[in-house]
Design a protein around this ligand. Structure first.
Ligand SMILES: [Zn+2]
Length: 163
């Protein structure tokens, strides 16, 4: 299918999509704040500068734009024009995401992603519930004997033994 926009116009449209991605992030911040959790934003000392970092629960949350991070949903659809360019760009983003998430986990962080489409189709209450579920898992993990370091050790042991 031919793109309705010219190449130049498409770039502008995509740039606008990128900046609109800050909106879901705001919604997620509000929800985390409403849960009474303290967090920092875009922590530069951590791999990939995670969007929201809850230190108490050793949890990093990334709010991912569906287009830029290649979500398999309607918003993640790649336009026909310049398709190769966009696919390459998105593949690069995805492998960078994976690398950063691996590094964070090896440092003992629990890493969660919240997709833009999920935020957009959720009411505030639904989003709060989704985040509560994510955070509860981290809380359970942080409460394990020995805390997050032990949890990381257990996980890497599992990886080594292949279980
Ligand atoms: Zn999506």
């Amino acid at each position: 299918m031919a793109d309705v926009f010219s190449r130049r116009k498409r770039s502008q449209v995509m740039a606008a999509i990128r900046s609109a991605d800050t909106k879901p992030e705001m919604a997620v911040r509000r929800a985390v704040h409403a849960m009474g959790l303290r967090f920092r934003l875009h922590v530069p000392s951590l791999p990939g500068r995670p969007d929201i970092v809850i230190r108490k629960l050793s949890t990093a949350i990334q709010v991912k734009g569906c287009f830029w991070h290649g979500h398999r949903c309607l918003k993640g659809r790649v336009p026909g024009v310049n398709r190769g360019y966009w696919l390459g760009k998105i593949a690069g983003n995805r492998s960078r995401d994976k690398r950063n998430e691996r590094r964070l986990r090896s440092m003992g962080w629990s890493v969660k992603s919240v997709w833009e489409c999920r935020v957009r189709r959720s009411s505030a209450a639904e989003l709060a519930e989704h985040l509560r579920a994510l955070v509860e898992r981290s809380r359970a993990r942080a409460a394990w004997p020995g805390g997050r370091r032990a949890a990381t050790r257990r996980r890497s042991a599992r990886r080594v033994t292949g279980r």
